[in-house]
Design a protein around this ligand. Sequence first.
Ligand SMILES: Cc1cc2nc3c(=O)[nH]c(=O)nc-3n(C[C@H](O)[C@H](O)[C@H](O)COP(=O)(O)O)c2cc1C
Length: 234
Amino acid sequence: MRKLFAGMMVCMLMLALTACGNAEDNHSEELSHSAQSTTEKPAAEAEREPENELGTEESTSSEGALETDSKPETEGIVKELVVYFSWSGNTQSVATEIQNQTGADEFRLMPAEPYTDDYDALLDIAQEEQRSGARPEISDSIENFENYEVIYLGFPNWWGDMPMILYSFLDDYDLSGKTIIPFVTSGGSGFSDTISTIKSMEPDAEVLDGLSLGSSQAAEPASAVTDWLNGLAE
Ligand SMILES: Cc1cc2nc3c(=O)[nH]c(=O)nc-3n(C[C@H](O)[C@H](O)[C@H](O)COP(=O)(O)O)c2cc1C
């Protein structure tokens, strides 16, 4: 009887040890799974790194800006400048629209001695300046003008010509090798002969097709400017 009891105890002990062994196997399988999942990255995360489009190494600065080994994006971009004169604001409105759409820099020609606010008096002054071939002094100067390749040149039509301060500008600055893109606002005369005048004063510049807007169109120039710029780019 005692032998039988001892035999049963041995059997129970062996069964218990076998069950324990199976549980351990399962647990170690679980562990090996979780270890794998900590080293494996989620698909989305893996997609995010490590190559940028250029295939160059990249890092993130303390401000979070992306830095690359590639050259600055500004390299090779043509520098453009909008130069214009405006007495009553029409040409200024067009100049600002061109500046907004192109991202060009802007410079407003201002006479060192300001013009009168009186329209009738201005008519006489402008006519006299033309007759005498005046060169009104420009109040400020354009920094690093030599760096600009494209000059959008804007003015109102005054007595069938450019205001004389435009002549001052063309005399004062060297536009050789640059591209001049004129624009004018007027009561209806358009460019008159100003394009051929610009070409004769700047024989070493390329003069492209200009934009002519009436005084009333100048208040809302966005679509006209867009169409014109698209035409130039074709
Ligand atoms: C002195 C002077 C002369 C002008 N001469 C003409 C002209 O010959 N032909 C024309 O169509 N408009 C003429 N205008 C109208 C202007 O060209 C027009 O109002 C222009 O849009 C004004 O531009 P601004 O607001 O930029 O000064 C003249 C205006 C002034 C002040």
